[in-house]
Write a protein of this length. Structure first.
Length: 237
């Protein structure tokens, strides 16, 4: 990666020049990508995430949106506390650091922040993990075997060993590709912390709650004590 930072008035962009050799090609507008006939898919979540094609490379475009009660009043604005503390900048930098540590995460491609007085809006572009599916889909299809559960536990342990605290570890933030490799995604509000069992256990507990919730919504999903034992076996190494 070769990271470049630029500013035009109240607009800030951080991008990988190995992907976008021409900065004018960078766009955080869904409409502009649509005009290029480059939108190849989308995923629903907190807002819509779009998959776009850029010179044969599949990218993920996400606009930062509020969640919870706050979203009822403010859709996508955040308090400005400095560029380095914006959601997009922090997530881009964290992804960059994790890439350097060879952790299984998407490659950060571009971050975008527009300041508007005391507030800002932001976007992030990452490289799509090709031929991958959400862990939730694998659960729904009941295709997870012992080796998969062990691999998930081992993967999360790798992040914890590097001090990575994922504040929203759930079945929709883990991907499995066709080669059997797992990836962790969506690092909004996540951070690197000093080692402590408390936050590591909080991550694990959140993940288990997510699994139990998936089962409660679809009783056909197979997740039991044996699956969790395999997961913890992988986490223990």
């Amino acid at each position: 990666m070769s990271i470049v930072q630029s500013q035009h008035g109240n607009e800030y962009i951080l991008y990988d020049s190995e992907v976008f050799e021409n900065q004018d090609d960078i766009s955080f507008s869904v409409k502009k990508w649509a005009n290029r006939s480059a939108i190849i898919g989308f995923a629903e979540g907190r807002g819509t995430t779009f998959f776009v094609d850029y010179q044969g490379r599949e990218l993920v475009l996400r606009h930062y949106r509020r969640g919870g009660k706050v979203a009822e009043y403010v859709e996508d604005q955040y308090l400005w506390l400095g560029l380095s503390l914006t959601r997009a900048w922090r997530e881009f930098k964290l992804l960059e650091d994790m890439q350097k540590c060879s952790l299984p995460v998407p490659r950060p491609i571009a971050a975008h922040v527009v300041r508007e007085g005391l507030f800002y809006r932001a976007d992030l572009i990452t490289q799509r993990i090709r031929h991958s599916h959400l862990l939730l889909k694998e659960l729904t299809n009941n295709t997870l075997e012992q080796g998969h559960w062990i691999a998930i536990g081992s993967m999360i342990k790798r992040f914890h060993d590097k001090g990575i605290h994922h504040v929203d570890l759930n079945v929709k933030n883990i991907l499995l590709d066709e080669g059997g490799r797992f990836y962790l995604i969506d690092f909004d509000k996540c951070c690197q912390r000093k080692p402590a069992q408390s936050w590591k256990q909080a991550d694990i507990n959140r993940f288990k709650r997510s699994l139990n919730k998936a089962v409660s919504m679809n009783p056909a999903i197979i997740f039991n004590a044996q699956c969790w034992q395999w997961f913890m076996q992988g986490y223990a190494g």
